[in-house]
Design a protein around this ligand. Structure first.
Ligand SMILES: C[S@@+](CC[C@H](N)C(=O)[O-])C[C@H]1O[C@@H](n2cnc3c(N)ncnc32)[C@H](O)[C@@H]1O
Length: 344
């Protein structure tokens, strides 16, 4: 059985800096405070009351904002700050604990912030992809770029419940992904046949490594109880038969990986919540590459992240857009897989 994380044969670099993580480039403390308020209002609101008030509290704390400003731009996101604090403390932080970490344990806090990246792996995003995958000619071969630990590669292992439309997955012990559909969602009668799959990530997480698993669980926001259970069940399933995730950069290593896919299957390249971590100036290069490969390309990203894809929402916070080939929006999706609104 292949290990969960393998190097690509040719060009894949062993490691990359974190400069590609695009998040908060402004050094201006007022801008940093604003982005924490915006995280509270548009991302944490309605999902995690604890992180909503924590992000607001950080925005109002001059010393913490200065600490965040001292970090490299790609390391300033609330998500990463809070998850690293949780990793160090063993429990979700409050504002006092954050103040303490940033003052008394500044060196250790900074070191872990620099070494970790936001790699949230949400299996429920498979429920967003499944209707689009099931419409393609079978069998399928899958490549996920930005796969993290590979949990979103295991589309056929999970069971699904789309408000009563149920599908049984290959692993009866894997979680059931519950998703509220609306609009003309082409809900499939059965799961598609997947004959091959591989992931690509700058830093593949190993589902059999305790520390990586702990990091994945720290990335889940407090107050979203079902996410923690889903993650634990998906990880247990993945450990029994780990997905292969190669170390590599989606900007340079995708063509090599594509050559490993078997002939005779519909090859699908997809990604969810990944391109926001790639510099805007480099996204067009990825898109040109993926188009040249002659594959089916599915993206599930926040509005405005995929260049050239029509922005179908006025503000766009708190939702993603599932699209085919970077041209056709198929659905609006919940970033954590809870609902799916198919576009007519
Ligand atoms: C937020 S996670 C999303 C994981 C998974 N797609 C999901 O939906 O659960 C983003 C992942 O993209 C990876 N990533 C970011 N930039 C990348 C790049 N240039 N090449 C490959 N992977 C990248 C990160 O390491 C991280 O694991």
């Amino acid at each position: 059985m292949p290990g969960p994380a393998r190097g690509l044969p040719a060009t894949a670099p062993r490691s990359r800096g974190n400069v590609r993580v695009v998040a908060m480039t402004a050094d201006d403390p007022a801008e940093i405070a604003k982005s924490y308020r915006s995280f509270a209002r548009y991302e944490a609101h309605g999902r995690s009351p604890a992180y909503e008030s924590l992000a607001d509290a950080v925005a109002g704390d001059a010393a913490l904002v200065r600490f965040v400003a001292s970090l490299p731009p790609g390391k300033r996101q609330p998500n990463l700050l809070f998850s690293v604090a949780r990793y160090l403390l063993g429990a979700p932080p409050g504002i006092e604990e954050l103040r303490d970490l940033a003052s008394r344990s500044r060196a250790e806090f900074t070191e872990v912030l620099l070494s970790r990246r936001t790699q949230t792996n949400e299996p429920a995003r498979c429920a967003m992809l499944l209707p689009a995958l099931a419409q393609l000619p079978p069998p399928l071969a899958l490549i996920e770029v930005g796969a993290s630990a590979g949990l979103t590669l295991l589309v056929d292992r999970y069971s699904y419940d789309y408000a009563g439309h149920r599908l049984a997955g290959r692993d009866p012990q894997a979680p059931t992904l519950r998703c509220a559909p609306s609009g003309p969602v082409p809900l499939p009668a059965r799961l598609p046949e997947i004959v091959w799959r591989a992931g690509l990530d700058l830093n593949p997480l190993n589902v059999r490594d305790e520390d990586d698993v702990r990091w994945l669980s720290c990335l889940v926001w407090p107050g979203e109880g079902d996410r923690e259970q889903r993650l634990a069940a998906a990880l247990a399933s993945a450990r029994r038969d780990p997905p292969t995730v190669h170390r590599g950069d989606l900007l340079t290593d995708l063509p090599t990986l594509v050559t490993e896919a078997p002939a005779g299957a519909t090859l699908v390249v997809y990604h969810s919540s990944v391109l926001a971590y790639v510099a805007p100036s480099e996204r067009a290069g990825f898109i040109a590459t993926v188009r040249d490969l002659g594959v089916v390309w599915l993206s599930n990203e926040a509005p405005g992240v995929v260049p050239g894809l029509p922005v179908t929402s006025a503000r766009g916070e708190g939702m993603s857009v599932l699209a085919r080939d970077g041209r056709t929006p198929l659905a609006h999706t919940d970033p954590h897989g809870a609902w799916l609104r198919w576009l007519s």
